[in-house]
Design a protein around this ligand. Structure first.
Ligand code: LLP
Length: 407
């Protein structure tokens, strides 16, 4: 969906250069077809299981994109009152919404209780007590899940690992078993699920398989029948030729056996696997500055527009919108305009011929791209554009300077 036609980068059948000439850079550009294909591919892999797929809204919360996913049958995994309102506005049924997070506020919990969402995945004893208290005052019984911290290392970046005992998420096995035993004291809670999420950008199925074993142990020890087992998200994608997209067929068979054995419904919460490779960030080269050891290619997108490289040292490939025939040997470093050394993107030893005022695209920025953008250095939020059935649609307008300086 996002590839070269001849030497011109295209999204679906549109030349990106043409869009770049008509819109102020930097901007995010997505392919609706790629989103649909990824979602359908995910459904296909887990077809036998017939899971509820709750798209992880933190990865991309553009309302138009949420509506596309709703149309494909997705539910939503939300982590704030704002995300909850966004998905309800997109028309996603409360019965397909799960709410995770270690620090849900009282107001956020009230909102979720009122809307009767499928599950509030509770992460501490105090949170369960609060949900119980709030449900009692609104004369309700609230459906909850318990989030387990299985103490499993997902072997991903430390900053996006969530399933080790040292990570803040979930209840330890011991605590969770204890909570299950004492749950009767909470009359306004209905325990319907056990949930896990061990991290993000996981490229091997081994940690997932290990997690299933821990879940079995919990079911055995608590003698509880969970109506739902929420296996979270975390499925990795390939950002470079070194990283191979995770293969899920084997895991799917295992989950299928598990489902039959324990007679439960399965929930997944993928974000990156659905949206990651469906978007690019288009940017213009402002200056090329030569130093002793390398050339800095200063583009107009910065860490305010796209944080992953600065935040995690994440690699994202950068490609020219028009590919020259030959490449030259030169140390190039793509950097942005923000006044921080970490406002830099990828480096190359060999690159296509480029010059000032040419355009480039940072690839695979659909997940955790636009959602992490900020007004740092008082820069406006970039536009988001979607190619959908041959149409170029602006799905978020570029913020104007007057909007930012108002407050
Ligand atoms: N479920 C829960 C409870 C989560 O915390 C997350 C992500 C997901 C599902 C979706 O994970 P995914 O399928 O997208 O891997 N900003 C970081 C990633 C943070 C992930 C946080 N939680 C990055 O840019 O890599």
């Amino acid at each position: 969906m996002i590839n070269y036609r001849g030497n011109k980068l295209s999204v679906e059948n549109k030349y990106v250069l043409k869009i770049a000439k008509n819109n102020q850079t930097p901007f995010y550009l997505y392919s609706a077809k790629a989103i649909k294909d990824n979602f359908e591919q995910f459904c296909r892999v887990f077809k036998k299981i017939n899971p509820l797929i709750c798209f992880s809204v933190k990865s991309n919360s553009n309302p138009k994109i949420l509506r596309i996913l709703k149309g494909l049958g997705a539910g939503a995994d939300v982590v704030s009152g704002g995300e909850l309102l966004k998905v309800l506005n997109a028309g996603i049924s409360p019965k397909k919404i799960v709410f995770s997070g270690v620090g849900k506020s009282t107001d956020e919990l009230k909102m979720a209780i009122k809307r009767k969402i499928l599950l509030i995945n509770a992460e501490s004893y105090s949170e369960i007590a609060l949900i119980n208290k709030l449900s009692k005052s609104s004369k309700r019984k609230t459906s909850i899940g318990l989030r387990l911290n299985p103490d499993i290392d997902a072997k991903t970046l430390g900053k996006i690992s969530t399933g080790r005992a040292v990570d803040k998420f979930g209840l330890s096995r011991k605590k969770l078993i204890e909570v299950c035993k004492n749950l009767k004291e909470f009359k306004h809670i209905e325990l319907n699920s056990l949930s896990v999420h061990i991290g993000s950008q996981i490229l091997s199925d081994i940690p997932f398989k290990k997690t299933l074993k821990v879940i079995e142990e919990i079911i055995r020890k608590t003698k509880t029948h969970f109506k739902f087992i929420d296996l979270g998200g975390g499925f990795g994608i390939s950002y470079s030729s070194k990283e191979k997209r995770i293969k899920l067929n084997n895991y799917s068979n295992l989950v299928n056996k598990f489902k039959k054995k324990y007679n439960c419904n399965i929930i997944f919460e993928p974000g990156r696997a659905i949206i990651g490779n469906t978007g690019i960030l288009v940017s213009k080269i402002q200056y090329i500055k030569n130093s002793i050891s390398k050339s800095f290619v200063i583009i107009d997108a910065g860490m305010n527009d796209f944080m992953r490289p600065a935040l995690y040292g994440a690699y994202h490939s950068i490609v020219p919108l028009i590919k020259s025939k030959s490449q030259s040997m030169k140390n190039l470093e793509f950097v942005g305009p923000i006044c921080e050394t970490s406002c830099k993107f990828s480096s190359y030893k060999k690159y296509y011929k480029i010059k000032e005022e040419d355009y480039v695209a940072i690839l695979d920025v659909g997940a955790y791209g636009s959602v992490l953008s900020s007004n740092y250095n008082t820069k406006p939020l970039p536009a988001e554009i979607l190619i959908d059935k041959n149409h170029v649609k602006i799905i978020r307008k570029r913020q104007s300077l007057s909007e930012i300086i108002k407050n």
